[in-house]
Design a protein around this ligand. Structure first.
Ligand SMILES: NC(=O)c1ccc[n+]([C@@H]2O[C@H](COP(=O)([O-])OP(=O)(O)OC[C@H]3O[C@@H](n4cnc5c(N)ncnc54)[C@H](O)[C@@H]3O)[C@@H](O)[C@H]2O)c1
Length: 350
């Protein structure tokens, strides 16, 4: 059978779009149709790829030339766009978080499975070479007994806010939540990628008083094997903390009876400044190895991988189910905190 090159239609040309377009350009992929409500933000991509332009995403879905739809809009549009793209017979690449809630994510994952079309949720941090190496090394740790996960981002001081002071609603409006959705989601995905699905969660979510703006979220994820993972996502005002001493403080540490892995990721929109770092301590040889890689942009690796999967008709990961997993963990953290009680995950047959 002749290999069919994917032909991309991209919806949304905002903040994240440049990484997708650049990755697709480097992968030699075709972009045939571009959509945004604003022509001015789409113009450079339309010209660069010689693509059609529309302001209405349904025009892109009707375009028979488009074989895969990339959804890069704010999160409240992910659900209708994904469902309509699948109904139109397209494969889908969707930015994170996949949907605004677990019910929507479940419906999309089930629909994608029914149609047999390919669906990718773009958690790009899995594509740092250091993260790929970490995945390879996890079995070397032997029986796992604990892990710590952190996603701290410098958004300013959200802890000394005067009662009644105005707080930006942008993350809530655009992304469906603040620190859990923006920072926590990535490291929840990383945790599930490296360690699999937990059995239950107990969480505390801390909001700016009087608002729905989550400024800190702390969770204990328990696994059937006895592994316990503590995870925290937080806004903070600390300018020089973290592995790069640039305020970006994001890592996962995994402890097993045979050793330890420490993975430090780097600032998402400046990955060319530093490589992500992986440290492996091996208890048999009593040696510590620092795995350092070139300054790779994980979006480039991700795009190249997804283009290859689309060409070969292979459902790689992160898939729609991976996107659902993260959405369910986030929703369960919020619910556990509200009830002040642990919750057992129901993975809904996915
Ligand atoms: N992977 C990451 O690290 C990362 C980082 C930032 C954002 N994101 C995700 O990327 C997505 C987009 O975020 P962003 O920061 O680029 O947002 P943005 O607001 O900068 O861009 C969204 C673009 O989509 C367009 N748009 C919105 N709704 C539309 C509609 N109905 N029809 C046509 N055009 C529409 C807007 O005009 C805008 O240009 C979100 O899901 C977000 O969570 C991921």
């Amino acid at each position: 059978m002749a290999v069919q090159s994917p032909k991309f239609g991209i919806i949304g040309c905002g903040n994240i779009a440049r990484f997708h377009f650049e990755g697709l350009r480097k992968a030699g992929a075709e972009v045939v149709h571009v959509v945004d409500r604003r022509e001015d933000v789409a113009d450079r991509y339309v010209k660069e790829f010689g693509a059609k332009f529309s302001t209405d995403y349904r025009a892109l879905l009707r375009n028979p030339e488009v074989s895969v739809v990339t959804i890069l809009t704010s999160s409240q549009y992910h659900y209708p766009m994904a469902m309509e793209a699948l109904a139109a017979g397209k494969d889908v690449v969707c930015e994170k978080t996949m949907m605004d809630c677990a019910d929507e994510a479940e419906a999309v994952a089930k629909r994608a499975a029914e149609t047999g079309q390919l669906f990718f949720t773009a958690y790009m941090k899995r594509f740092f070479p250091a993260a790929i190496k970490a995945k390879e090394l996890v079995p070397r740790l032997g029986t796992l007994f604990s892990a710590q996960v952190r996603a701290y981002q410098q958004w300013g001081n959200y802890y000394d806010i005067e009662p009644g002071a105005a707080v930006s609603t942008m993350p809530l409006d655009n992304y469906g939540g603040a620190i859990i959705k923006c920072a926590g989601s990535h490291m929840i995905d990383m945790t599930l990628y490296l360690l699999g699905r937990p059995a239950s969660v107990y969480a505390h979510v801390d909001y700016v008083p009087g608002t729905a703006f989550d400024r800190k979220a702390t969770a204990l994820l328990e696994y059937d094997c006895g592994l316990a993972v503590s995870l925290e996502a937080a806004t903070h005002p600390l300018k020089r903390i973290g592995y790069e001493r640039n305020s970006w403080d994001e890592f996962i540490q995994i402890n097993g009876v045979n050793g330890r892995l420490e993975l430090f990721t780097v600032k998402w929109d400046e990955p060319e400044n530093n490589p992500a770092l992986l440290i492996h301590y091996d208890n048999e040889t009593e040696t510590t190895t620092e795995h350092r890689f070139g300054c790779v942009n994980p979006f480039d690796v991700e795009m190249e991988y997804m283009v290859r999967c689309l060409q070969d008709r292979v459902q790689g990961s992160p898939s729609a189910v991976d996107g659902f997993n993260v959405d369910l963990v986030i929703e369960s953290m919020v619910e556990s905190s509200k009830r002040r009680a642990p919750l057992t995950f129901d993975w809904r047959g996915l």
